[in-house]
Design a protein around this ligand. Structure first.
Ligand code: 5GP
Ligand code: ZN
Length: 141
């Protein structure tokens, strides 16, 4: 897509620090470097978000993620790694070309925090079964 920053990175119009590339996938350093080694993994085909991602493109993208993650672990003294993917502006997406953030974790003050607020008390086991069943019936593969 002509006005997409990440398509411009793929075709070389905008420079990037490349971590990995094959025919279908590009991984490069996120310019913000939330932590050292913060990497974005993107499909070379323009797909806006996870809702737009087809199975084949997803397979190709995720097939390289473990190897890149292991490379980050072998290169840096990381204690863990968060994989983050924002879909839609409400969810914090700013660049509308699908991308998976690989964020190495070093310590408590490394620039990223996990904050999940549990609402477990509001759901009975039966509620969970009904919600799961509704989602299951909507899945189209
Ligand atoms: P989002 O908020 O959409 O999940 O993440 C977009 C990410 O793209 C941000 O972390 C931002 O730093 C990164 N980004 C935006 N523009 C550029 C760029 O031109 N080059 C690189 N390497 N990263 C970018
Ligand atoms: Zn694009």
């Amino acid at each position: 897509m002509s006005d997409c920053i990440f398509c411009k990175i793929i075709n070389g119009e905008i420079p990037s620090a490349k971590v990995f590339e094959n025919d279908d996938v590009l991984a490069f350093l996120d310019i913000s470097q939330v932590t050292k080694g913060h990497t974005l993994v993107i499909p070379k085909i323009h797909k806006e978000d996870v809702f737009d991602l087809d199975t084949e493109t997803a397979e190709k993208l995720f097939s390289v993620v473990p190897a890149i993650s292991r490379a980050l672990r072998s290169e840096f003294d990381l204690k863990g790694l968060n994989m983050i993917n924002n879909n839609g502006s409400f969810a914090g997406q700013e660049v509308f070309h699908y991308h998976l953030h690989l964020v190495p974790r070093y310590d408590e003050k490394d620039g990223i925090q996990k904050k999940f607020i549990s609402h477990q008390a509001e759901y009975t086991p039966d509620d969970l079964q009904q919600i799961a069943s509704a989602i299951n019936q909507a899945i189209q593969i």
